[in-house]
Every structure is written in structure tokens, then in C-alpha cells.
Design a protein around this ligand. Structure first.
Ligand SMILES: [Zn+2]
Length: 404
């Protein structure tokens, strides 16, 4: 694949930095994964960065690499150079991109993992052609990302969107984030278990399969088992899935009322059971979104890139950082990245405040890497930042690729 300049698009590395594993892949300009290495995630910051550097060096020994993108399950700051907080990673207010850039001698960008996944789906997968998209990655919790006019929306401080923690039930189920009644307490793999246990508590004789599971060992019930039960026709499991579908549709309707998306991508581990809930969820969405009969409704689809989306998206964002070297020359102008490249950068006015390392490394990470996207580019984007979804989700929550 060639760039707008007619140059060969460089290979880049995308790394999914999850709480359990680091997975690093070489990705080409068409989103193809060429090579992957994986290692357990070290628990100390220095060891983690050593591990990341090792993975990149190994891939670099086999491929010519232009840049590196990290998909991080946590809050990434608005410059995408630091991790503010990540519940399962040893980084806190940590300037990861600059340090890795220095170690590797390559540009390094950070992105929230759900944002990275959204970007990959937009460029190469289920969200291709969307203008305004929402990605909802449903696993232990909910991770989410927003695409607005063909660009990732990160809010003002890098934290948007925390859809999983919209309170849908006042005084509802307790959430690790400290609130009650968050959407992900009713619409996640964890929620499948909680709902099943609640239903069985009120009517323990109703289910054969699930009841046996729960009475034998309530702690051993998993969302996957509930989905399996539904697959086998277990009446309680089917009811649990119906409840899940209702909450999914209702929650999406909140999102739909605010953002009026044309596409919603359901990702995360639970999406593999979409056949059990997606049609119902679409109906609930249509019933709950305002004015449904008088507006086009968002298409609701499942992920196309699955677990690899975060890596592919991070690699693609890193690649776009290498596109027309507009940033360095125009830093501080408030409009960096917009001219020649046709790819707007929402962080323009903040550029001057950035560190040099970050300028070198992160820059254009909010890209419109090709001309098709560029036509939708908005010149002055908003505030650009990494939308961290997982962090506030607490210990059980994961975003992006991990949930799939
Ligand atoms: Zn919460």
C-alpha cells in the first residue's frame, strides 16, 4: 500500500498492552498482521517497558519498522504520551511514550485500547465507511470509543467516553468504580453471572443446568457458561440473555440519543455470543431511541477484527504519525497536521505545550491516513485525547482488545 505521497507505507508495530499479556504485531498499511510475538505482562513498570522494548526489537530483527503504537487498557492523557492510570498496569502518570521513543529510537504513540480498536474497525473492519460510530467492547466490563465525523473523539482530557459507567439504575448494583447502577453492571460478561444468580435466588428450581452450576459452586459461573446454557436452551440462561439484550439496547439508545451514530460496533468477548442477543438488542434500541420512526437508525454490527483490533489500530495510528512530516515544522501553530496531509489534528493548540520527546513521537497520532478519510476530516477537531475506558472500570473491567 502506498501513501498519499506515493511512498510505500512503512510497516509499524502495534502492541496490545493488556493486564495479562503483551501482544505485539507487525502490521502493514492494509491492516494485515504479518508477525506477532507475545509475552506475559510484567508487574513492574521498568520490567514492563523492558518487555515492550524486547518485543519490538525481536520484531525489528525480522522487519523494517517505522513506528510503534501501544494500545493501553487505561486512561491515556490528552497528548497520548502518558498513561494517567491503568488498573491492571504498573503505570501511573507515566510518560511512557517518551521513554520508549528514546530507548527504541522510533516514534511511539499511545492510545486507549478501545480507541485503537475503533480506529482499526474504521480503517479496515466493521466500521469502514462510517461517519459517526460507536464501539462498545463488552467483556468483564464495557470499553467504548467514539468516532465523530471520521475522527476519534477523546473528550477534553483523554478520558471520553466512559459509557460503561453511565448510571442506568439509581442505587443499582455496586460497581468497582465506586458508583452504583453503572451500565456495565447490567450489560457485560460479569452482568450475565450476576443476573443469573439473582434470578436463581428468587426461583432456584427453575433451571436445570445453571441451577446445578450455581449450587455446586456459585463462584465458578461465568458469562461464557451462561451463554452456553442459553445456547442449550436453558430457560434461566435464555432469560438472562434477554435481560442482557434489553440493557444493551437501552444503553445504546442513550448513546444514540447523544451522538446519533450511523454505526455501532459490538466487540469484546461477549460479542462472540451475539447470535443470542443482537437481534433483540436492535429491537430494544429501536424502541428506546428517541424518535425512532422519524430518523434513520444506526446499524449495529459485531466486530470484524476481533481481538487483533487494538493492535492493528495502534499500528495504524503509529503509521499515520509518520505521514507527511507536517507536525514538527508546524508545531505550535495551532493547526498542525492539517495542511498538506489533509489530516486534521485536534490537538493543535496544545502542541506548543508538549514535550519535545512527545512531539517527536506522538504527533499526528490522530490521523486521517488516507484520502478517503481526509474528505471527512474536520479542520479543527475538538480536543483530541485518548479515551480511556477501562480505567475507571475497576479491577474487573477491561477494554478494547482484551474483552474480545
Ligand atoms: Zn461504574
Amino acid at each position: 500500500m502506498t501513501t498519499r505521497n506515493g511512498r510505500e507505507a512503512p510497516l509499524t508495530v502495534g502492541i496490545d498492552v493488556g493486564g495479562t499479556n503483551i501482544r505485539a504485531s507487525v502490521v502493514d498499511g492494509s491492516g494485515e498482521v504479518l508477525d506477532t510475538v507475545q509475552a506475559p505482562t510484567p508487574h513492574a513498570a521498568r520490567a514492563l517497558e523492558d518487555g515492550l522494548a524486547r518485543a519490538v526489537r525481536e520484531l525489528r530483527s525480522r522487519h523494517e519498522i517505522g513506528a510503534v503504537g501501544l494500545a493501553v487498557a487505561g486512561f491515556v492523557d490528552e497528548t497520548r504520551s502518558s498513561v494517567r492510570f491503568a488498573p491492571h498496569l504498573p503505570w501511573e502518570d507515566s510518560a511512557v511514550a517518551g521513554r520508549l521513543t528514546e530507548r527504541l529510537g522510533l516514534p511511539v504513540i499511545l492510545e486507549h485500547d478501545a480507541n485503537a480498536a475503533m480506529w482499526a474497525e474504521y480503517r479496515f473492519g466493521a466500521a469502514a465507511g462510517a461517519h459517526n460510530g460507536v464501539l462498545v467492547a463488552i467483556g468483564t466490563g464495557i470499553g467504548a470509543a467514539l468516532l465523530v465525523d471520521g475522527r476519534l473523539y477523546r473528550g477534553s482530557y483523554g478520558v471520553a467516553p466512559e459509557l460503561g459507567h453511565l448510571q442506568v439504575v439509581p442505587q443499582g448494583r455496586a460497581c468497582p468504580c465506586g458508583k452504583r447502577g453503572c451500565w456495565e453492571r447490567y450489560c457485560s460478561g460479569t452482568a450475565l453471572v450476576d443476573t443469573a444468580i439473582e434470578m436463581l435466588a428468587t426461583d432456584p428450581m427453575r433451571s436445570t443446568i445453571l441451577a446445578r452450576e450455581v449450587f455446586a459452586d456459585p463462584g465458578a459461573l461465568t458469562g461464557r457458561k451462561v451463554a452456553g446454557g442459553a445456547q442449550d436452551g436453558d430457560p434461566v440462561a435464555l432469560q438472562v440473555m434477554a435481560d442482557f439484550a434489553r440493557w444493551l439496547g437501552l444503553g445504546l439508545a442513550f448513546v444514540g440519543d447523544i451522538f446519533d451514530p450511523d454505526l455501532i460496533v459490538i466487540a469484546g468477548g461477549v460479542s462472540s455470543s451475539a447470535a443470542l442477543f443482537l437481534d433483540d438488542a436492535r429491537e430494544h434500541y429501536a424502541a428506546a431511541v428517541t424518535g425512532a420512526r422519524h430518523r434513520p437508525l444506526a446499524r449495529i454490527r459485531t466486530t470484524q477484527l476481533g481481538e487483533a483490533a487494538g493492535m492493528i489500530g495502534a499500528a495504524e495510528l503509529a503509521r499515520s504519525a509518520l505521514e507527511p512530516a507536517t507536525s514538527a515544522s508546524r508545531s505550535g501553530s495551532g493547526v498542525d497536521d492539517e495542511s498538506g496531509s489533509g489530516e486534521p489534528d485536534d490537538r493543535g493548540s496544545r502542541t506548543a505545550a508538549r514535550s519535545r520527546a512527545q512531539r517527536n513521537s506522538v504527533k499526528a497520532a490522530q490521523p486521517q491516513p488516507n484520502s478517503a478519510k481526509a474528505t471527512r476530516a474536520q479542520p479543527n477537531g475538538s480536543s483530541g485525547r485518548g479515551s480511556a475506558n477501562s480505567a475507571a472500570r475497576g479491577p474487573g473491567a477491561k477494554t478494547g482488545t482484551r474483552r474480545r
